[in-house]
Design a protein around this ligand. Structure first.
Ligand SMILES: NC(=O)c1ccc[n+]([C@@H]2O[C@H](COP(=O)([O-])OP(=O)(O)OC[C@H]3O[C@@H](n4cnc5c(N)ncnc54)[C@H](OP(=O)(O)O)[C@@H]3O)[C@@H](O)[C@H]2O)c1
Length: 240
């Protein structure tokens, strides 16, 4: 995933700093994956990478949480992007109960950071190419902090992917499960990791259009109402 991330972020014109336990590997990945892109990519020491505004942890769960716990102060105030899927040994199931997610566990370990879930439904080979059969990839973005989510959505747009607002960070439970299901499908059809997940709306669903729609709905429904479902029916404590 590191290679694909460097590729996409360098395509977005950003300055990408790559850190790894082995410095030579970071330099090699930066040189190869960042080549011929508008942005720059270079291998740097871990402390330097942690000074970035947006830090993407391309580690397996639970190494994400262990790394975050050890670097909590360096990550304070940062946007931390979690791409992990807490898969179990079968790769088609999860090692966490359905009441939580890798992203939420990471957020609990980083109370002073803004955790954003993204990229986790995009297999590594397709992340590198950015498309499947000429179709732009989607990636779902879940976060509780609106500004952090918007920053990651901007990054995705510039990198040639389509970001879809996946709501609150707790929706990572679904997104992580979706990846496990995608792997199961990939196994059944002999695709391995050569697939992408695409949301196909019947009308134009640019992110800007979605945000305009949500703003209109929020204004119409008021803060205590669901922008998706409208006013709560009289006498009901829930919308459903
Ligand atoms: N592969 C996919 O198609 C895919 C798709 C979506 C999401 N993801 C998620 O992306 C994440 C990375 O997956 P990947 O396939 O890129 O794995 P990978 O190729 O094994 O890369 C993981 C990297 O993390 C490093 N690492 C492990 N523990 C570490 C620690 N404690 N501190 C610092 N570095 C550590 C590893 O270094 P060493 O090699 O030296 O151990 C390795 O460079 C996972 O969470 C996975 O669920 C993967």
């Amino acid at each position: 995933m590191g290679r694909g991330l460097v590729r996409r972020l360098a395509k977005a014109g950003r300055r990408v700093m790559v850190a790894d336990q082995h410095a030579d590997r970071a330099e090699q990945v930066a040189a190869e994956a960042g080549a011929d892109q508008p942005g720059t990519a270079s291998g740097v020491p871990e402390e330097q990478a942690l000074a970035a505004d947006i830090v993407v942890l391309a580690l397996w769960y639970p190494a994400t949480v262990e790394f975050a716990t050890a670097n909590q102060s360096a990550l304070a105030g940062k946007i931390v992007v979690d791409i992990s899927n807490p898969l179990d040994e079968s790769f088609t199931g999860l090692s966490l109960p359905p009441t939580t997610s890798g992203a939420e566990e990471l957020a609990a370990a980083l109370p002073n950071s803004r955790v954003v879930k993204a990229f986790n439904t995009v297999p590594a080979p397709t992340l590198f190419t950015g498309e499947v059969g000429g179709t732009t990839l989607d990636t779902f973005v879940a976060a509780d902090d609106a500004d952090a989510k918007a920053a990651v959505m901007d990054l995705l747009r510039d990198s040639g992917l389509r970001g879809l607002d996946a709501g609150a960070l707790a929706n990572s439970r679904l997104l992580e499960r979706l990846t496990a299901f995608g792997i199961e499908l990939g196994q059944r059809y002999g695709l391995g990791f050569d697939f992408g997940v695409k949301y196909l709306p019947t009308t134009d669903l640019s992110v800007q259009a979605l945000h305009r729609w949500l703003r209109r709905r929020r204004a119409a429904c008021g803060p205590a109402r669901s922008p998706y479902l409208g006013p709560r029916p009289a006498g009901r404590t829930r919308w459903w």
